[in-house]
Design a protein around this ligand. Sequence first.
Ligand SMILES: *[C@@H]1O[C@H](CO)[C@@H](O)[C@H](O)[C@H]1NC(C)=O
Ligand SMILES: *[C@@H]1O[C@H](CO)[C@@H](O)[C@H](O)[C@H]1NC(C)=O
Ligand SMILES: *[C@@H]1O[C@H](CO)[C@@H](O)[C@H](O)[C@H]1NC(C)=O
Length: 161
Amino acid sequence: MLIVGLVVVLVAAWGVMGHPTGAPSSVCDHPFMEPICHRDNLSAIGFNNTGQYSLCSDAVEGSPGRVMVTLTGASFKGFVIRATTDGENLGEFNEEGSNVSFNDLTCSRQEDVAVTHVNANSKSSVSLVWEESNGGKSTFQATVVPSIETYVINIYGRSNC
Ligand SMILES: *[C@@H]1O[C@H](CO)[C@@H](O)[C@H](O)[C@H]1NC(C)=O
Ligand SMILES: *[C@@H]1O[C@H](CO)[C@@H](O)[C@H](O)[C@H]1NC(C)=O
Ligand SMILES: *[C@@H]1O[C@H](CO)[C@@H](O)[C@H](O)[C@H]1NC(C)=O
C-alpha cells in the first residue's frame, strides 16, 4: 500500500515537474528542437537564444574526430544537445571525458544524434565529448530549459568561442 502510494506521488510529481530525467526524443525531431510537451503541458514560454547561451564546439588537439562541446549560460536545469552530419551520423557523445552524465535520445533522422540531462539539478556549464566516426563534419544545436516556466531554443554551435 505504501509502495503504491509512493508510486502515485512520483507519477504525480513527474506530471507537475516535466522531465527531470531527460527530454523526450521528440525534441530531437522538431525543426527548432522545441520541447513541445513542455510548452503544451506546462504552459512554458519559449525564447529564441539571443546570446543568453553559447554552444562552443572545438576540435580536441591531437585527437582526430574528437570535439569538445560546451554549453554555457545562465543557470539551467535541462538540456538537449544535437549533432547533425550530412548522411548517416555514426558519431556519439561519450561520457568519458565529459563532465556531465547524459541520456541518449532516439532521433528519427539518420543525420541526427542527441543527448539530454539525467537530473534537474541547476548547472551553468556542461562539457561533452563528441566522437565523429564517419569523417563527416557535425554541426551542433541545443535547447535549454532554465526553469519549469521557460525554454530557450535555436542555440547554435560555434567554434573558437
Ligand atoms: C502531455 O501529458 C499527457 C499526459 O501526461 C501526455 O499523454 C502527452 O503526451 C503530453 N503531451 C505532449 C505534447 O507531450
Ligand atoms: C524564433 O524566431 C523565429 C524567426 O527567426 C520565429 O519564427 C519564432 O516565432 C521565434 N520563436 C520564439 C519562441 O520566439
Ligand atoms: C564542465 O566544464 C566547464 C568548462 O571547463 C566548466 O565551466 C563547468 O563548470 C564544468 N561543469 C561541471 C558540471 O563540472
